[in-house]
Write a protein that binds this ligand. Structure first.
Ligand SMILES: [Fe+2]
Length: 493
């Protein structure tokens, strides 16, 4: 038997066990409150066929499982930074995979969706996802890590129905720039050639690729989508997401002050924004994607709506259900099943130790570029200035906003400490410089809020030692409130 495509054969043998999930919603349990959202959806007679649940505590996920009865649940993980070289060697990563396994069991999820992106790079932490370096070496690192995660999850046992959850990598959004020399479709093709993972295609993320690779300057959106899909491993796409896009609040004031140049007025500087309305253009793109003949293994199509007002979710999902009701009734979404080869030994072994070292250095340079310390030049950066000409928006506005305001407003979290710092003339902007001054070893599973709490106390001890104890007391209150907020209270049906 010809085993020329062992990774794809293994993917097919895994995906054929996953039933069609249909039209769903990708949500956070608390934001908005899931039980009341479900009641609103039922009242409008548009119950989703499945919910994809963002990472939370195992207990919260188990309570959610018990509350939703027979409805299918899937899992949107976080904290497995598979884009990073050498990451599987760390005990913390192993712990994160074990946690993901527990969460998959708690939900009885057929898949683990994870962004092909990271929030921790070379010892520096970020609040929102950063895409990988789009290079061949980087794709090989991802493939190796993804395969390791899949096999580790396999060892943690099967779901109650006997199947093994499948790892899906989601193509991440671009936020003002793109880093790398390899086209994004080819990057994912390299991963799929070497790993049995599935993929999630997020339509809004695809729009940001059109916007921030500068493709919009030379080709129409339908032509871009056509070209992208023809090169993308679409037969690996198991789920499609559609979510909102918006101008980020950190750059809104800046854009309104800036005199527009001709090439910047063609498309808005939208970025991924789950709370924002979904722009109609994304459904035009979705229609085009759904017609593609290589979309052969789709199992779910979901609006991603965490942090969005419940009324807007219900309205959007009702319209979405009407428009796409027939997608999973057209029949076969299966590629031909093929026997599985004995392939594990050859999968995910492409990234050698030396290429890992090269990638580690490349990611250190990546971090320095993101901080505006060095120019985006070198072997892993594209010479086309269109790829990075809005990078300044990221490091001068978006990134400081993330540290000071995102996932907890520092001035509201540490009210008394900030008042004392103001009296001393200490500006909070110094916290941003403090945050990125040195790489920091990570000791706990990733949680940006708790990280922010810890780092702000360290900052205060440095800039105003006599205020440090006050900051430490405020920090303890924040941690307790956070723990309480994340503990589930079962709700009556
Ligand atoms: Fe998504």
């Amino acid at each position: 038997m010809d085993c020329g495509e062992p990774a794809h054969r293994e993917f097919l043998s895994r995906v054929e066990t996953i039933p069609l999930h249909g039209l769903g919603l990708s949500v956070d349990v608390h934001s908005p409150d899931l039980p009341s959202l479900r009641r609103s959806l039922l009242a409008r007679q548009v119950p989703p066929a499945y919910f994809e649940i963002f990472r939370n505590t195992t207990r919260t996920l188990a309570v959610t499982r018990s509350e939703v009865g027979d409805a299918r649940l899937t899992y949107h993980g976080e904290g497995l930074w598979m884009t990073q070289p050498g990451v599987t060697d760390s005990e913390l990563f192993q712990q994160a995979v074990r946690e993901a396994g527990e969460h998959l069991h708690a939900l009885q999820s057929a898949w683990l969706n994870h962004e092909c992106a990271a929030k921790v790079f070379a010892g520096y932490c970020y609040g929102t996802y950063l895409p990988p370096l789009y290079t061949r070496g980087s794709a090989e690192v991802v493939a190796e890590n993804a395969t390791a995660v899949q096999y580790q999850l396999d060892q943690q046992g099967r779901l109650l129905n006997g199947s093994r959850p499948l790892l899906l990598l989601e193509m991440p959004p671009l936020t003002y720039f793109v880093a790398g020399t390899l086209s994004i479709p080819t990057f994912f093709q390299v991963i799929c050639d070497q790993s049995p993972c599935g993929l999630v295609l997020d339509v809004g993320h695809l729009w940001t690729v059109y916007r921030y690779t500068g493709a919009y300057r030379t080709i129409s959106l339908p032509r871009f989508v056509e070209t992208f899909l023809d090169a993308f491993p679409l037969n690996r796409v198991v789920e499609i997401h559609v979510a909102g896009l918006d101008i980020h609040e950190s750059i809104r004031a800046h854009l309104s002050q800036r005199v527009p140049r001709a090439d910047e007025t063609a498309l808005p500087a939208w970025t991924d924004a789950h709370a924002a309305p979904i722009p109609p253009v994304l459904f035009e793109m979705l229609d085009q994607i759904l017609c593609h003949p290589r979309l052969a293994n789709l199992r779910g199509l979901a609006l991603e709506v965490d942090t969005k007002p419940a009324e807007m979710i219900v309205d959007e999902f009702a319209a979405f259900s009407r428009r796409y009701a027939a997608v999973f009734q057209k029949g076969d979404h299966n590629e031909k099943t093929v026997p599985m080869c004995e392939s594990k030994a050859v999968l995910g072994s492409a990234a050698s130790a030396s290429s890992r070292g090269t990638m580690e250095e490349a990611y250190q340079r990546y971090v320095h570029v993101l901080l505006g310390k060095v120019e985006p030049r070198g072997p892993e950066w594209n010479e086309d200035p269109g790829y990075t000409h809005e990078l300044d928006l990221y490091h001068s506005l978006y990134l400081p906003y993330e540290i000071l305001h995102w996932s907890g407003e520092i001035a509201d979290m540490f009210v008394e400490s900030c008042r004392r710092l103001r009296e001393r003339g200490v500006a909070l902007e110094g916290f941003v410089a403090f945050w990125f001054r040195d790489p920091q070893p990570i000791a706990e599973l990733y949680d940006f809020f708790l990280l922010k709490v810890d780092r702000f106390v360290a900052f205060v001890y440095e800039v105003a030692p006599d205020v440090g104890d006050l900051a430490a007391v405020e920090a303890e209150g924040l941690r307790q409130a956070y723990r309480l907020a994340n503990e589930p209270i079962p709700t009556a049906q």
